[in-house]
Design a protein around this ligand. Structure first.
Ligand SMILES: [Fe+2]
Ligand SMILES: [Fe+2]
Length: 196
C-alpha cells in the first residue's frame, strides 16, 4: 500500500528526530547550556512535519476511511486511540512552548524542568504511538480496506506528497533532523533498549 509505505518512512524520520530530542534533554541535565532556539526547532518539527505533514495525512486521508468503514473496531482504534494520542502530542508541545516562554522571562529551575518534561513527554508518547501504528493500525488498514478505497487514499497521499515536495517541505525537515543530529547525537528510547 503506497500510503502506508510513505508514512512508515516518515515514522522512521520522526523516530530519528525523537532520539535527538532525548539527547538534547540529557545534555541539558548534564549541565550544558539550554539553547531555546533548538527547543523551538522541536516545536516547529512537531507542528509542521509530525503533525501537519504526517498526522494530517493520517487524519484526512486514511483514518477517516478506517473510522467510517471498519465498524466499531475501526472507530475505537482511530477515534479513541490514535486521534486522542495526536491530541496528547499537541498538548505536550504546548507545554513545551509555554515553558520556553516562562524560561525566557526568568531562568528558574522549574521552567527548565518543564521544558525537559514537555520535550520528553512528547518523545516518549510519540515513539509508543508510532510503534502501535506500525504494528497494529496500518496492517489492520491494509487487511481490511477494499482495494477501491486503498486506491483513493493512495491517490490523495501521492498528490499531497507531490505538492509538498514542490514546496520543499520534506527536504527542509530532513535537513533539520540531520543538522540537529550532528550537533546533539542521539539516544535510544528506553523500550528499544529493553527489547534489544
Ligand atoms: Fe498517528
Ligand atoms: Fe503516524
Amino acid at each position: 500500500m503506497y500510503c502506508t509505505d510513505i508514512m512508515i518512512k516518515e515514522h522512521d524520520n520522526i523516530l530519528q528526530f525523537l532520539k535527538v530530542v532525548r539527547s538534547m534533554c540529557c545534555k541539558v541535565l548534564e549541565g550544558e547550556e539550554l539553547i531555546p532556539e533548538d527547543f523551538r526547532n522541536i516545536i516547529d518539527f512537531a507542528r509542521n512535519y509530525s503533525d501537519r505533514h504526517h498526522h494530517g495525512k493520517e487524519e484526512k486521508f486514511l483514518f477517516n476511511e478506517m473510522e467510517s468503514r471498519l465498524g466499531p473496531i475501526g472507530e475505537n482504534l482511530i477515534r479513541h486511540g490514535m486521534l486522542v494520542e495526536h491530541e496528547m502530542c499537541r498538548a505536550h508541545i504546548l507545554d513545551l512552548e509555554n515553558a520556553l516562554a516562562l524560561w525566557k522571562k526568568e531562568q528558574k529551575t522549574i521552567y527548565k524542568m518543564d521544558i525537559l518534561e514537555g520535550a520528553m513527554g512528547y518523545a516518549t508518547l510519540l515513539t509508543r504511538h508510532i510503534t502501535k501504528e506500525n504494528a497494529v493500525v496500518y496492517p489492520f488498514a491494509e487487511r481490511q480496506l477494499s482495494s477501491e478505497v486503498i486506491e483513493i487514499v493512495d491517490k490523495k497521499v501521492s498528490d499531497y506528497e507531490n505538492e509538498t515536495e514542490e514546496r520543499g517541505v520534506q527536504k527542509h525537515y530532513l535537513d533539520m533532523i540531520a543538522s540537529m543530529r550532528e550537533r546533539y547525537g542521539e539516544i535510544e528510547d528506553q523500550h528499544d533498549i529493553i527489547n534489544q
